[in-house]
Design a protein around this ligand. Structure first.
Ligand SMILES: Nc1nc2c([nH]c(=O)n2[C@H]2C[C@H](O)[C@@H](COP(=O)(O)OP(=O)(O)OP(=O)(O)O)O2)c(=O)[nH]1
Length: 382
């Protein structure tokens, strides 16, 4: 089953903290270029979240969204943050979920004035439907939250709007009249998701100011923390639902109901060494998995090299945090080196290093089992 996480991105520390506190013992996942993510399961839930901080603005949001997608291959991407309301019927603390995101800055300046050339990204149908379902269900608001969820366009630009009468305010009212909220990252995130096979993305914003000249006051009244707490509660419920749908999809793919009764769920043909396996079938129903069954190499050095590659994969997929990964690789390298320089009857040091690796990767059962197999191989040498 696909255990890819759902990536949740935020711009401000207050937003990051609101999501982080929903995670059970998150582990740091460090990208080689220094970006730090935290990966963990939702407390009391099944969904795995990779949480990141992209900072303010569409440009860094786009670059770091791309980075997060490459790093985690998520099943969906959620952006959680605060925003200014553009319509007076949306009170502070309510949520706006983007049906589409306008990048409102595009345009051409001509002799007779500025002409709008916006770009727009629409939420995927499935994600939009699920987001509305979670909003209706309101289980996320069980702890007494009162915020309402509104669905509509969000305008994303490069300025913090804090006026009702400025040129920007007039521009947005005139050209993006149906936008419910304004913020600074949605366009970058949506663009990056679009460039990655239109990965489903949902932008969730808690309304923390009215974009009308009173932002300083509402900020002082802690509306950012209050609004984003609502947004985070809703978002984690949405993440659980998205992950649940993904599990259902994977399960139904595995037990395809169209499968014929005389075809068993799983047929295993294992070829070893140079043997060949042929399959003849008129019609095959259900998911087909073609894979070579990995048989453990008999050579411990080869087995150690293979394990090093799988440690790297586990780090990339978020199963191992950066510090654990580095420590395990260091012990494994020591084991590999000692193996090459030590007489077969004196393999104690190699076994000890491998046992340390096994302790470090104990949380990932398949890796721990693989280390166990290598230990047995090494012990067989002496
Ligand atoms: N464009 C825009 N973004 C907003 C507004 N309100 C709001 O919360 N946001 C979102 C998008 C940004 O991630 C972030 C900007 O808010 P901020 O509090 O950091 O803005 P600021 O630069 O005035 O804050 P400060 O550091 O000067 O205190 O919050 C708004 O009215 N316009």
């Amino acid at each position: 089953m696909n255990d890819s996480p759902i990536v949740v991105l935020t711009a401000l520390d207050v937003e990051y903290e609101a999501v982080r506190e929903k995670l059970d013992a998150p582990r740091v996942h460090r990208h080689p270029q220094g970006t730090r993510f935290e990966v963990g399961r939702l407390a009391g839930g099944k969904c795995r979240i990779a949480l990141g901080l992209v900072g303010k603005g569409n440009q860094s949001a786009a670059v770091l969204t791309e980075r997060a997608i490459t790093e985690f291959s998520p099943v969906a991407l959620l952006f959680v943050g605060v925003a200014g309301a553009l319509h007076t019927h949306i009170p502070l603390g309510d949520l706006v979920v983007a049906t589409h995101v306008y990048a409102f800055h595009g345009g051409t300046s001509e002799d007779d004035g500025f002409k709008s050339r916006p770009r727009v990204w629409e939420a995927s149908h499935g994600a939009d439907q699920l987001a509305r379902h979670v909003a209706r269900d309101r289980a996320w608001a069980d702890d007494g939250r009162t915020g309402k969820v509104h669905f509509g366009p969000i305008a994303a630009g490069e300025v913090v709007l804090d006026s009702k009468v400025s040129a920007y305010a007039r521009w947005i009212r005139q050209h993006f009249n149906d936008a419910l909220a304004i913020e600074m990252e949605g366009a970058g995130v949506a663009q990056a998701a679009h460039l990655n096979r239109s990965l489903p993305v949902v932008v969730v914003r808690g309304i923390s100011d009215r974009a009308d000249g009173t932002k300083e006051t509402t900020d002082r009244e802690q509306w950012q923390a209050r609004a984003v707490a609502n947004a985070a509660a809703y978002t984690v419920a949405l993440a659980e639902n998205l992950a649940g749908e993904e599990r259902d999809r994977a399960r139904s793919e595995a037990n395809d109901p169209k499968g014929s009764s005389d075809m068993p769920g799983t047929t295993r043909n294992v070829a070893k060494d140079n043997a060949r396996v042929g399959v003849q079938a008129g019609q095959v129903y259900g998911g087909i998995h073609v894979s070579s069954e990995r048989t453990a190499p008999a050579d411990p050095a080869e087995a150690i090299a293979g394990l090093a590659a799988r440690l790297q994969q586990a780090r990339t997929s978020g199963q191992l945090d950066e510090d654990t990964y580095q420590a395990a690789q260091a012990e494994l390298a020591a084991a590999g080196e000692t193996l090459l320089t030590t007489a077969p009857q004196d393999m104690g040091a190699v076994t000890l290093a491998l046992k340390k690796v096994r302790g470090l990767v104990a949380d990932v059962a398949i890796l721990a089992a693989e280390v166990g197999t290598i230990i047995a191989l090494v012990q067989g040498l002496s």
